[in-house]
Design a protein around this ligand. Structure first.
Ligand code: ATP
Ligand code: TZP
Ligand code: MG
Ligand code: MG
Length: 261
């Protein structure tokens, strides 16, 4: 019972994230059944990360002090066996973003790297097609998640119309989701937080493929159901209904609606 276990454990998720999505991320984690805490200062991030159940690093509105904080927090999480998820928002758009992500990936043992196609491609030095923080909308590269997972020796999630998850050997495709998820800012960022909550409490890497796939399909199904309920109202209502669905979806709905191959 995947969602039930996450909800019963009520994991504490330490987020170092961007100013655009902070409130949405905290509310989304609460809707899932996790506990969010945002803490950024280099004086406290190590103490917070080591008592958390998961750490999310999201570079969306980065500055140098925040990158330093992310590395301090990441190292403390590694020492304490706390999983760390990195969202490389806008990697490829500027050298500072790309280089900061590469530095974090070098210094911190990242459990899951989650980004859109352009961001992940930029990090492994492939053709870059990032417009600000948005992916290109190009057709998806089937092998990108596998290549990046091998390259960084971590799990990689590449999201888009289809979501791909790989550990560098195996790959799963998740076909849940709705186009309207691309019309609300922060749905990629919140997804990183949801993945963090869903892998928390499990330092056993072999459990990650299944847990990440469940998280991706849960999230996509919330988008599908929110669309069905708000298609005549518009994306403002969709955003709120999406949070409702993150709370309301249970394991029975998840099993029935998920499309994982
Ligand atoms: P981008 O900046 O390119 O929008 P992002 O960081 O916001 O990237 P997304 O790829 O948009 O991340 O992923 C966020 C959620 O939206 C995921 O659950 C993903 O499956 C879903 N999603 C993205 N594009 C589509 C689409 N075309 N159809 C259905 N679902 C989608
Ligand atoms: N600018 C910097 S971070 C950010 C924007 C618009 C939010 C990006 O959120 P997402 O989840 O990638 O759409
Ligand atoms: Mg998006
Ligand atoms: Mg993003």
């Amino acid at each position: 019972m995947f969602l039930q276990e996450v909800r019963e454990s009520n994991p504490l998720i330490h987020c170092i994230t961007n100013v655009v999505v902070t409130n949405f991320t905290a509310n989304g984690l609460l809707a899932l059944g996790a506990s969010p805490v945002m803490a950024y200062s280099p004086e406290e991030v190590a103490d917070m990360a080591k008592v958390a159940d998961g750490l999310l690093l999201n570079i969306g509105t980065l500055n140098q002090e925040q990158v330093d904080s992310m590395i301090i927090a990441g190292k403390a999480a590694n020492d304490a066996g706390v999983p760390v998820v990195l969202d490389p928002v806008g990697a490829g758009a500027t050298p500072f973003r790309t280089n900061s992500c590469l530095k974090i990936l070098h210094e911190v043992n990242i459990s899951v790297l989650r980004g859109n196609q352009g961001e992940i491609a930029a990090l492994i030095g492939r053709d870059v097609s990032v417009k600000g923080v948005d992916g290109s909308g190009r057709s998806q590269d089937e092998r990108l998640a596998i290549l990046a997972a091998k390259h960084f020796d971590c799990h990689v999630v590449v999201t888009g119309a289809v979501d791909y998850v790989s550990d560098g050997f195996e790959q799963l495709k998740i076909r849940n989701g709705h186009l309207w998820l691309t019309k609300v800012v922060g749905t990629g960022c919140l997804l990183g937080a949801v993945i963090t909550a869903c892998i928390s409490g499990s330092v056993v890497k072999r459990d990650y493929m299944g847990k990440i796939s469940e998280a991706l399909s849960y999230y996509g199904i919330a988008g599908e159901r929110a669309y069905e309920l708000t298609r005549d109202l518009g994306i403002g209502s969709f955003q709120y209904e999406f949070l409702n669905q993150l709370q309301l979806i249970d394991d029975e709905i998840l099993k029935k609606k998920q499309i994982i191959k």
